[in-house]
Design a binder for this molecule. Structure first.
Ligand code: DP6
Length: 341
């Protein structure tokens, strides 16, 4: 055991490939108490979207004294300039290690990047998980590394129904999983890609503007703990109608605080609004679907296995693929990251 550990530590180069999923928040994170430490203003709670993933290979190389550290990241075959978030993640892991390492990351996704489909969540969760497994880091550190990349990424490090607790000070913020993915295996998500281009205003900038200018945000924050508890209890008892109403109200509220920001922020477009109205009419007899929108026009609709085919057929006959909407996917929920052998 000691021998094999030593062998591993003596290695000059380590390579790992992992898979991580984006997640979709049922109660959304919107606003930060600290950008430097990535501490949110409110708790959020989410489920991973199993169908979408980032597959990420990390090569860590020992750097000789005096040699320059040259980290690189490529996403879907394209080299990306390393922004401050990548630097923060890599610096933070290097600070924990005895000797210097440089990192080469290549990541590919099976969904459009930066279109409001939480690609940064999957991407940074994958990088953090790969770093964590390479250097035997505890879960707490993996979560922090993911969070340093993108706040919502911290929720993709665990499986099941995951709550990101904001914590009481600027360093205490962590995630917990309340239920494993198999607690409610019948839950499904229908994802409607309305637009697959990069959003005009990033979540970071949107959140900053909201935190600075929206008075409504305080009202939203006041309701946060109660809503989180109601989500956990609806999830616990498989109460879909209650869960659905909470999800839709939270999405509406997040977009309301965006509109209350100054200048106002509009992420939903006319098709998003048609989808909202479509879901409410789908729910006329009984509540069987719940829409939610992140910082973009794409819709995620929660439903149950028994309704998913009808929902998919009605979505694709109402919104024609390739015309009004780009694509429609169905996903199961709740899977955590894995090492890809
Ligand atoms: C609307 O995690 O992308 O999707 O922490 O600045 O990287 P940064 O923001 P990000 O914001 C996600 C916002 C959201 C809601 C959510 O996923 O909770």
């Amino acid at each position: 055991m000691i021998e094999s550990k030593r062998q591993k530590l003596d290695e000059e180069e380590r390579k790992i490939t992992v898979i991580a999923h984006p997640n979709i928040a049922l109660i959304k994170y919107w606003g930060k108490a600290s950008e430097a430490e990535m501490i949110p203003l409110n708790d959020s709670i989410s489920l991973a979207v199993n169908y979408f993933h980032a597959k990420t290979t990390l090569i860590a190389r020992k750097v000789e004294k005096g040699e320059e550290i040259g980290d690189t990241v490529s996403i879907n075959g394209k080299d990306v300039g390393l922004n401050s978030r990548f630097h923060r993640v890599f610096k933070s892991v290097r600070d924990k290690l005895d000797c210097q390492w440089s990192f080469t990351v290549s990541s590919s996704t099976n969904f459009p990047v930066a279109a409001g489909l939480a690609s940064s969540a999957a991407g940074f969760a994958a990088i953090a998980f790969a770093l964590g497994k390479t250097f035997d880091l505890p879960e707490h550190d993996i979560v922090r590394l993911a969070r340093y990349g993108s706040g919502s990424a911290s929720r993709s490090v665990l499986s099941g129904l995951v709550q990101w607790k904001k914590g009481n000070d600027k360093t205490e913020s962590h995630v917990v999983s309340h239920f494993s993915a198999d607690h409610w295996p019948e839950l499904r998500l229908v994802i409607i890609v309305v637009k697959d281009e990069e959003k005009a205003l990033s979540s970071k900038e949107g959140m900053e503007r909201t935190a600075k200018t929206s008075e409504l945000l305080q009202d939203r924050i006041r309701r946060n703990q109660e809503r989180i508890n109601l989500i956990i209890s609806a999830f616990s008892s498989h109460d879909f109608p209650s869960l659905a109403e909470l999800i839709m109200r939270d999405s509406n509220e997040m977009h309301a605080v965006c509109l209350d920001s100054y200048p106002p922020i509009q992420y939903l477009n006319a098709t998003s609004w048609s989808i909202i109205n479509f879901v409410h009419s789908f729910n006329k007899e009984s509540v069987r679907a719940a829409y939610t929108f992140d910082a973009g026009p794409n819709a995620c609709i929660f439903t149950l296995k028994e309704h998913v085919n009808e929902l998919y057929d009605r979505v694709t006959s109402t919104f024609s693929k390739g015309k009004e909407v780009k694509d429609v996917y169905i996903s199961e929920l709740g899977q955590g990251p894995q090492i890809d052998n």
